[in-house]
Design a protein around this ligand. Sequence first.
Ligand SMILES: [Cu+2]
Length: 129
Amino acid sequence: MKRAVLAVMLVLLVAGTAAAKDYEVTKKAGDYTVVVKIDRNPPITGDNNLSALIKDATGAEVKDAKVAVEYTMAAMPGMPAVKVKTDAVLKGSEYKAKINFSMPGGWGVAVRITRGGKAVQAKFSVDVR
Ligand SMILES: [Cu+2]
């Protein structure tokens, strides 16, 4: 019986390790679908690499947009609100940016897409370790 429990725990452990990959979230921004990945899961205090794949309403990859990432933390006791904006650069079919979370806790992240004179954004929040 003990051995069975151990076997189940081992399977869960292996499954958990296999699942420990990039943080990933898919959001809508206007007509676009944005798949955002962060190379640390959960995201960490300090540098994280973010990439965003953007598809239009027809499912085609969008490679001619101006993309920026804005990340914010609300004010807390002894700390004013933090807001950082950085441009994302197209590499291959993904827009990439390095984002630096200055402290652990809840951060809001917005991927801002400007194309054809129209700006939209995909927003999500992360719990930074
Ligand atoms: Cu803070």
